[in-house]
Design a binder for this molecule. Structure first.
Ligand code: 6CS
Ligand code: FE
Length: 395
């Protein structure tokens, strides 16, 4: 058995960072986040060894990753809650205890037909409007294309390009769930459409979102989750998101340093910040692998550190997803641990705004939202590329 295999197989419960020469102490941990420590810290990673912080990490972090070649992959037990609120503070109308327990244990929960058929029709109409807008603005930086083709893979910051989706992100049901899971006011760290058209939709490789959001965006800790709204039926065949349930309780520190402007390639095909094949094998043997399915209107919630991936779509049927990434206000982004320039604000907001529930949801409106005004916080005209955002340049 190779050293890598041994490390990966021991992975899930014990910290193996001493091989890598790390020393992360409690005081490092608290100074690394620039945010208040979690109210209910369960267990700190016990990482011993001589301090040898690689050049890629400028600020101490309790979640080291992007490690230089030759260092060992790390497996750190989660040190913060998955469900942050206590029983008493849960909002009515949010997840029931069984759904909450499922999310806590497995790192995700599927809510079939969360949105009804009228709502789904309205969302699909809005999807079509977004695709038409994208076709008319092919150079907009919010558009991300497939790795080896010009086909559209993602549209980022749809809360800027679609008034309807922006309003949907503040649907009272979703806000109640977000507040329940995160126990705080919440903001949108990222929104996007992930398109997987029939025949042409390509895969997403295994990764933890938090690994990237921590190292490239400066998200302090795992107090964040994705809300995935199916805009088309999701079957076992057309590329459902696959999860390693339970993997959200292990942070995998990945080997491979971050290239400059990594997002320009990583959003098309991620190769940096991904666990080794040995790690994925070990974690899937330990936890199993699931791919929740359901009709359009199904909602899947998953923790920011849950390992996930999806296959390409060789079927004729599309698999289109709308993503809202909710994060706690207390978990607002800081400077990334690398000291590098953070990613553009259309990928990760740097000016969080508290989301207030929308009394009248966007779905009450009959027509797709207009693109004549951009509802982004700074009211950027839609013709202005968001790459010129102040926060996307070093300050
Ligand atoms: O890097 C990111 O932020 C994005 N990339 C992936 C593969 N998942 C999460 C997120 O959309
Ligand atoms: Fe992801």
């Amino acid at each position: 058995m190779s050293g890598d295999e041994r490390t990966a197989r021991d992975a899930s419960d014990e910290v193996t960072a001493s091989d890598a020469g790390y020393e992360v102490t409690a005081s490092d941990a608290s100074s690394s986040t620039h945010a208040s420590e979690p109210a209910r810290t369960r267990r700190r990673p016990r990482v011993r060894g001589k301090a040898r912080v690689p050049d890629t990490i400028a600020t101490p972090t309790r979640y080291p990753s992007r490690l230089p070649a030759g260092m060992a992959e790390l497996f750190l037990p989660r040190d913060v809650p998955v469900v942050w609120s206590d029983e008493s503070s849960r909002d009515d109308g949010a997840l029931d205890p069984a759904a909450l327990a499922h999310f806590d244990e497995h790192g995700f929960v599927s809510l079939p037909s969360f949105f009804g058929s009228d709502e789904v029709r309205a969302l699909q109409t809005e999807l079509d409007a977004q695709l038409a807008w994208a076709a008319a603005h092919p150079d907009d930086p919010r558009l991300v294309r497939e790795p080896d083709a010009d086909a559209l893979r993602s549209i980022f910051a749809v809360h800027q390009t679609s008034a309807r989706f922006e309003a949907l992100s503040r649907d009272p049901r979703l806000i109640a769930i977000a507040r329940q899971l995160l126990d705080d006011d919440v903001y949108l760290h990222q929104t996007r459409l992930n398109l997987k058209p029939g025949f042409d939709g390509k895969e997403f490789w295994w990764h933890s979102d938090f690994e990237t959001w921590h190292h490239e965006d400066g998200m302090p800790t795992m107090r964040c989750f994705s809300c995935v709204i199916a805009l088309s039926d999701v079957t076992p065949h057309n590329g459902p998101v696959l999860f390693l349930p339970g993997s959200h309780r292990t942070f995998v520190g990945c080997v491979g340093e971050t290239p400059d402007e990594n997002h320009q390639t990583s959003l098309r095909r991620q190769t940096i910040g991904v666990p080794s094949r040995e790690a994925i094998t070990a974690l899937s043997e330990k936890h199993g692998l699931v791919g929740p399915t359901g009709p359009a209107g199904t909602v899947v919630l998953f923790d920011c550190n849950l390992l996930h991936a999806s296959n390409g779509n060789v079927t004729p049927d599309p698999r289109h997803h709308l993503f809202f990434v909710y994060s706690a206000m207390d978990n607002r982004v800081v400077d990334p641990p690398s000291g590098r320039r953070p990613r553009p604000t259309y990928v990760a907001t740097r000016e969080p705004r508290v989301l207030r529930p929308n009394a009248e949801t966007s779905l009450d409106r009959a027509n797709p939202s207009s693109h004549t005004t951009d509802p982004s916080p700074r009211s950027t005209p839609r013709s202005t590329p968001p790459s010129t955002d102040r926060a996307s340049r070093p300050s």
